[in-house]
Design a protein around this ligand. Structure first.
Ligand SMILES: [Zn+2]
Length: 329
């Protein structure tokens, strides 16, 4: 079963999290593979999307935010868009749209940053957002400080975490056809009431007293974790192997109903609102051409079918809602 583990390094301003998505991840891959139009993801896309999903789970569990956290990579290569979305209760979904061929050994930049236009956006979408309220979005380029193309999603997201939270973060991510997993290590602010030392001593400058040394040591241990180990070993073994010399306090794992799991938030109502958003003319032209409107959810594969009567009802004044781009006709 999919699981998420949180832990603290005793007396040190460092915390960590480990996520392993198994059934959650394979369910998403199974649904994609059974879609006769798209077919299964090419292996490099599977790896990218799995890493995005593991990272989104870690980032969602790392913040206290009442809404969806969405990691989006939009690209100018064969992968046009990849999306991983995690709710506060760790319900999650992911999808990628692929146009054209992806080489079996395609790098991140070959997939999404071929012509330097690729980018990664992290969106926090508040639950119950009122009309007109914008979600918070941070965008990071897929380039390093020296202008080099980044080839690891973990580097891109570490950059984002440093920018947005001002906190050093180390991420290790990996995914294959059966597991998507990630390890996050983060330095906590040592000042203020959140001080893990209990606030007994005043800590004017954490670097000045070598506090960041603790983070660096633990981050190095974390970064030594190999892809095969992250994918193949259980959480207890990984944490024991990496941190056996450290004193670690672990929390109750999040698993089952409280853990990471696949769930799609699509609904007939939302698809209906989307059709209204197209406008009556466009909807009518689809009806003229095909006889009905058929929409498949790209996340879960569910088919929504609207016949001419359904479509007419959608455009009845009583059922029209104010949706962006969907002005009543
Ligand atoms: Zn769906």
């Amino acid at each position: 079963m999919s699981e998420l583990h949180k832990f603290l390094f005793d007396g040190l301003p460092v915390r960590g999290m480990l996520v392993r998505l198994t059934d959650t991840w394979t369910e998403m891959l199974r649904r994609r593979a059974s879609n006769t139009q798209s077919g299964a993801y090419p292996e490099p896309v599977q790896q990218l999307l799995g890493e995005m999903l593991a990272a989104a789970a870690l980032m969602q569990a790392n913040i206290k935010f009442d809404g969806a956290l969405i990691v989006q990579v939009s690209g100018d290569g064969p992968v046009k868009l990849a999306v991983a979305e995690v709710q506060p209760d760790l319900a999650m979904r992911a999808t990628a749209s692929v146009r054209g061929d992806v080489a079996p050994d395609a790098s991140l930049s070959a997939m999404v940053n071929l012509h330097n236009q690729g980018r990664c956006a992290i969106t926090l979408d508040p639950r119950g957002r009122f009309p007109g309220q914008q979600p918070y979005q941070g965008v990071v380029p897929l380039f390093g400080d020296r202008g080099e193309k980044l080839e690891r999603l973990s580097e891109v997201l570490e950059h984002y975490m440093l920018q947005s939270e001002q906190l050093d973060t180390t991420l290790v991510l990996a995914a294959n056809g059966s597991v998507a997993a990630g390890l996050l290590i983060q330095r906590l602010p040592t000042q203020g009431s959140g001080n893990l030392d209990g606030g007994a001593q005043a800590v004017p400058n954490e670097d000045g007293i070598g506090r960041s040394e603790d983070y660096r040591r633990i981050a190095l241990l974390a970064a030594s974790l190999q892809r095969d180990e992250l994918l193949g070993l259980d959480a207890d073994t990984i944490l024991r192997r990496l941190f056996w010399e450290e004193s670690v306090t672990r929390f109750e794992p999040m698993i089952g109903d409280t853990g990471p799991r696949f769930a799609c938030t699509c609904s007939r109502e939302k698809v209906g609102a989307m059709i209204v958003g197209l406008g009556a003319e466009e909807a009518q032209s689809i009806l003229d051409e095909r006889g009905d409107v058929e929409v498949a959810c790209e996340f879960c594969g569910l088919q929504y079918h609207f016949d001419p009567i359904d479509v007419t009802q959608l455009f009845q004044p009583s059922s029209i809602r104010a949706e962006p781009g969907g002005a009543p006709h």
